[in-house]
Ligand binder design. Structure first.
Ligand code: 4AD
Ligand code: MG
Length: 430
């Protein structure tokens, strides 16, 4: 029976054939242990000299790392194996012999590993991170579909900048100048006026000259947008969504979290509601924590966010930032127009801002005023203004950065390991 490693629990005592690669190997004169992987999982193949032909034993003994094969054997339960099963090998048919696979089980530097990302992805740790990423994506679709949202795909090539013009990738669109999308938000607002509750999931691009553990040039964002929901309603969606994805990973990625040695007790606490502090309170907290120079009106950097996060064991919302340091579309607090109805959700354990969101300006006159202040002239923004002309309603939305979320939940230090092929300041290869 041809099958895959994840299916072997269904075949205990039976003979199966698996297409696999050799991850690692140990052998003595009498026995060879083959660490096999096929993408769906890992299993140990045990080849006993006395039980196979001499030819098969020699193949097993000499097979090289990352060689591909069809391997046939009997499935047995094995409580010592982290996967619970082993394959008692009867025969091995090599498909291709791999010579000098560059990523050996010994230690390598990060640059070397990043240069070999196309091969590094095969390692157990990278495999675990990508499986967690996949689970977060699956949970995202489940959460929003279960809650009545429609998935809408905003364009990638666009003439409209949502988050300011300094970090745009410019490209030529025939005779026009265009950008790669830095956020689908403006389009998602149009979609919310058509479908009520919508979400997007797609790549976004920022030509940011930042070289930190939290910044990618190309990253994936989930952007929900909800008609008839105010700032407070949106915070509730955010905390429920984040709790849902964390609990989904805890339930469905036990093996992967184990491989990554993630402290699960920290994730188990991630249940809505999440704490909220205002920007003003955050300034006070930072002063108490030794950032004496921070002034009202300044934006927070990574050290500030990390210091704030230390005071909480759940993600924390920082709300009501000064309008001048936030985007043009955010709705001013009616009681205090110098701050806006917005929140950044700061992840625990130093992973930084994972969500940025706000209630949007729904008033035509105020939006026109913002257009003047921000010099948003031209056709690229006229359509967005029209959303305030034809049945404008209170609405809110947010963007969750997938890679920062994967980094936090997986407990990996740097976002470069949370996306299959990271685009970094100095890296377009592989
Ligand atoms: O706070 P940002 O810039 O918000 C927006 O783009 C809004 N238009 C979203 C919306 O309301 N629909 O980005 C949202 C999130 C951040 O909180 C962060 O998680 C992630 O996107 N992010 C990045 N992730 C990796 N690398 C970068 N360079 C990132 N920039 C933002
Ligand atoms: Mg932000």
């Amino acid at each position: 029976m041809k099958t895959t490693i994840d299916q072997v629990p269904n075949y205990v005592g039976e003979e199966v054939t698996i297409g696999a690669w050799l991850a690692n190997k140990r052998s003595s004169g009498k026995i060879a242990f083959l660490q096999l992987r096929d993408g769906t999982g890992f299993i140990q193949g045990v080849v006993v000299k006395a039980e196979v032909s001499e030819e098969i034993f020699q193949i097993a003994k000499n097979i090289t790392q990352e060689s591909s094969m069809y391997i046939t054997g009997t499935v047995a339960e094995d409580s010592r194996s982290p996967f619970g099963f082993e394959l008692q090998v009867k025969s091995v048919e090599v498909i291709q012999e791999a010579v000098d696979f560059p990523i050996t089980p010994k230690e390598h530097g990060t640059e070397f590993l990043m240069d070999h990302r196309h091969l590094w992805l095969r390692s157990k740790k990278q495999h675990a991170i990508m499986k967690i990423r996949n689970e977060i994506i699956r949970a995202t679709y489940n959460f929003f579909n279960e809650n009545g949202y429609v998935k809408i795909d905003p364009p990638i090539l666009t003439g409209s900048a949502a988050e300011g013009t300094t970090e745009l990738f410019h490209t030529q669109y025939f005779d026009e100048e265009a950008y790669l999308s830095q956020s689908g938000q403006l389009y998602m607002e149009a979609a919310a006026m058509a479908f009520g509750k919508v979400f997007s999931f797609g790549p976004t691009f920022r030509a940011e000259k930042s070289k930190t553990r939290r910044h990618l040039i190309e990253f994936w964002m989930i952007e929900p947008e909800m008609a008839f929901m105010d700032h407070e309603d949106s915070l509730q969606v955010q905390e429920q969504y984040v709790s849902y994805i964390v609990q989904s990973v805890l339930e469905n990625c036990k093996l992967e979290l184990g491989t990554l040695e993630r402290d699960i007790s920290k994730l188990e606490k991630i249940q809505a509601p999440f704490p909220r502090i205002t920007y003003d309170e955050a300034i006070d907290l930072l002063k108490e924590k030794g950032f004496e120079d921070i002034k009202w009106g300044e934006d927070f950097g990574a050290p500030h966010e990390t210091a704030i996060a230390e005071s909480f064991d759940k993600p924390v919302f920082i709300t009501h930032y000064p309008a001048e340091i936030k985007a043009f579309y955010m709705k001013p607090d009616p009681n205090r127009p110098e701050v806006v109805l917005c929140a950044d959700l700061i992840a625990p354990e130093g992973y930084g801002e994972m969500i940025g969101g706000s209630q949007r300006i729904d008033d035509l006159e105020l939006m026109e005023q913002r257009y003047q202040e921000h010099n948003l002239t031209g056709d690229a923004y006229q359509w967005y203004l029209e959303l305030r002309k034809y049945g404008s309603v209170p609405h809110s939305g947010f963007g969750l950065g997938l890679e920062r979320t994967v980094a936090w939940i997986s407990g990996v230090e740097h976002v470069r390991e949370t996306i299959p092929f990271p685009r970094l300041l100095n890296r377009l290869y592989p």
